[in-house]
Design a protein around this ligand. Structure first.
Ligand code: NAD
Length: 433
C-alpha cells in the first residue's frame, strides 16, 4: 500500500492510498499505519486528515566553523506533529540518513508514543544531516549550540522539549541547555531532557528506553508462554540495544546474537554480553570469541532466536527479508524498524510484533519524570524512578493488549487504536476539527 495525492470532487487535494510496490519511506509507513487504524476506529475524518501532517515543520541551516578554519553548513529540521495533549516532545538525531520525511514520521510516532503511555505531552522530533562520528568534540559542540540557536524560537518547557536520539547524548543536551539558557537569560532546566545529572537530569534516564522495553518484553513473553530460557537476538548495540542486552543477560535470558552496523556475533549457547561489551568499548568492534560466529550485520535478523529486538534504525525489516525471520516475538526498540509490508508477512507467519510506540516509550516516560522533577526542583531516587516506570509500562502494555483483543487486530494496531483515540479526544475537546 502506498499514498498519493489525488484531487477530490471538491477540488481539495487529499492523501489517498494506492496499492503498488512500496518504497521503504518512514513517512509513508507512518501514514499508512494511521490510515489502517482509521479503518477500524473511524474517528472524525477532519481530525484524521489533520493527523496526517505535522502542525509545523522547519528547516534550518547550521553554519559551523570547522577545525581547519573552513565553514560547513549542515541542514537540520524540527517537526512539531501534535500538541493537543501537551507540549511537543521528541529527540534530536544527528545522522547522515536524516531527511525531512523521516523527521516528520518520527514526530508523528512521538505523538502516539506519549499517548500510549498516557503522559501529558505531544509529538515532535528534530534531526541534523551529519556524520557526527567525523566531527571533533569542538565541532560537535558548535553544531549542537548552532542547532539550538536555530530552533530557539520554537522551543520551551511549555512549547517543545527536545531530548537525545541517535548519536546525541547527555553531553549534547548539556550544551543545548546552556545555549538555550544563554539566549533566554533564565534558568530553565525543564526545556530539555536526557541532561547530565549535574544539570537536573533524572537518575535512570540513560537506560530508560531499554528498561521500559525490558518490562514490556517480559509481559509479551509471558503472554506467549516464552520462559526465561528464551533466546534473544539484538540488532544495534548502542544506548537502546546495549543496555537491553545487559538487562536480559542479568535476568537469565540467553542473548545469542548481537549486531552493530558492521557485523553480527552469534553463539547458539548464548554470548557473554559483558565480554562483547568490553571489547566493543575498547576496540569499537564486536568480538569473535570461542564458539562464536562472526556474520554480516543483517544476519542477526534471520538467526534462530525466540525473540528479536531491532534496536538500530528504520526499515530494518522489509518485504525482502521478513520471510527469513525465525523469532516468535519481535520487540521494537528502534523507531519504525518494520515496514508495513514486512509486518504483513510477519503476522502471516504468526509472529507477534510489539511496536515501537509502546516498546521504546520508556525513554520518553523518564524524560517526562525528569521534567516533573525539574518543575518540583526535587529529585527521586533511582529506585523510585524505576518503580514508576514499571507501573507506566505495564499499565500501557495491558491497555494495548486489551485494544488488540477488542478489535481482534495486531498489537501495533491495538497500540494505535489506544493512542489515536486519546489524541482525537483531546483535539475534539479543543474544537480542533
Ligand atoms: P545509538 O546511536 O546509541 O546506537 C545505534 C546502534 O545501532 C549502534 O550500535 C550502531 O552500530 C547500530 N546500527 C546502526 N545501523 C545498523 C545496521 N544497519 N545494522 C545493525 N546495527 C546498526 O542509538 P540508540 O539511541 O540506541 O537508538 C537506536 C534506535 O532506538 C533508534 O531508532 C532510536 O530512534 C530508537 N530509540 C532510542 C531511544 C533512546 O532513548 N536512545 C528512545 C526511543 C527510541
Amino acid at each position: 500500500m502506498k499514498y498519493k495525492y489525488a484531487n477530490t470532487e471538491s477540488g481539495v487535494r487529499r492523501f489517498v492510498i494506492c496499492r503498488r510496490n512500496i518504497m521503504n519511506n518512514p513517512l509513508e509507513s507512518a501514514r499508512q499505519q494511521l490510515t489502517e487504524v482509521q479503518s477500524i476506529l473511524k474517528i472524525n475524518p477532519n481530525i484524521f486528515e489533520r493527523l496526517l501532517y505535522p502542525e509545523r515543520m522547519i528547516e534550518v541551516a547550521v553554519a559551523v566553523t570547522m577545525d581547519d578554519g573552513t565553514t560547513k553548513v549542515f541542514t537540520g529540521y524540527r517537526s512539531q506533529h501534535n500538541n493537543a495533549r501537551g507540549p511537543y516532545k521528541g529527540g534530536i538525531r544527528f545522522h547522515l540518513g536524516v531527511t525531512r520525511g523521516e523527521v516528520m514520521a518520527l514526530s508523528m510516532w512521538m505523538t502516539w508514543k506519549t499517548a500510549v503511555v498516557d503522559i501529558p505531552l505531544g509529538g515532535g522530533k528534530g534531526g541534523v544531516v551529519v556524520d557526527a562520528k567525523k566531527l571533533s568534540d569542538r565541532e560537535l559542540e558548535a553544531l549542537s549550540r548552532g542547532y539550538m540557536r536555530a530552533i530557539f524560537p520554537l522551543v520551551g518547557k511549555n512549547q517543545d522539549i527536545p531530548a537525545p536520539d541517535v548519536s546525541t547524548d547527555a553531553r549534547v543536551m548539556g550544551w543545548m541547555l546552556d545555549e538555550y539558557e544563554t539566549l533566554s537569560r533564565e534558568s530553565s532546566s525543564g526545556v530539555i531532557t536526557g541532561k547530565p545529572l549535574s544539570l537536573g537530569g533524572s537518575l535512570g534516564r540513560d537506560y530508560a528506553t531499554a528498561q521500559g522495553a525490558f518490562y514490556v518484553l517480559e509481559r509479551a513473553a509471558a503472554k506467549l508462554h516464552l520462559g526465561k530460557v528464551a533466546t534473544v537476538a539484538i540488532q544495534g548495540f548502542g544506548n537502546g540495544g546495549g543496555h537491553l542486552a545487559r538487562m536480559l543477560e542479568k535476568a537469565g535470558y540467553r542473548v545469542v546474537a548481537i549486531a552493530d552496523s558492521k557485523s553480527t556475533v552469534y553463539r547458539s549457547g548464548g554470548l557473554d554480553v559483558k565480554e562483547v561489551d568490553e571489547h566493543k568499548r575498547v576496540t569499537g568492534t564486536l568480538k569473535t570469541c570461542v564458539g562464536c560466529e562472526k556474520l554480516p550485520s543483517e544476519a542477526v535478523l534471520s538467526l534462530p532466536a525466540d525473540i528479536l529486538v531491532p534496536a538500530a534504525l528504520e526499515n530494518a525489516l522489509h518485504a525482502g527479508n521478513a520471510n527469513a525471520v525465525q523469532a516468535k516475538l519481535i520487540v521494537e526498540i528502534a523507531n519504525g524498524p518494520t515496514t508495513p509490508e514486512a509486518e504483513e508477512i510477519l503476522l502471516g507467519k504468526g509472529i507477534t510484533v510489539v511496536p515501537d510506540i509502546l516498546a521504546n516509550a520508556g525513554g520518553v516516560v523518564v524524560s517526562y519524570f525528569e521534567q516533573v522533577q525539574n518543575a518540583m526542583n526535587y529529585f527521586w531516587t533511582e529506585a523510585e524512578v524505576n518503580v514508576k516506570l514499571k507501573e507506566k509500562m505495564e499499565t500501557a502494555f495491558e491497555a494495548v493488549w486489551n485494544e488488540k483483543e477488542r478489535y481482534n487486530t495486531s498489537v501495533r494496531m491495538g497500540a494505535y487504536a489506544l493512542a489515536v483515540k486519546r489524541v482525537a479526544q483531546a483535539m475534539q475537546d479543543r474544537g480542533r476539527i
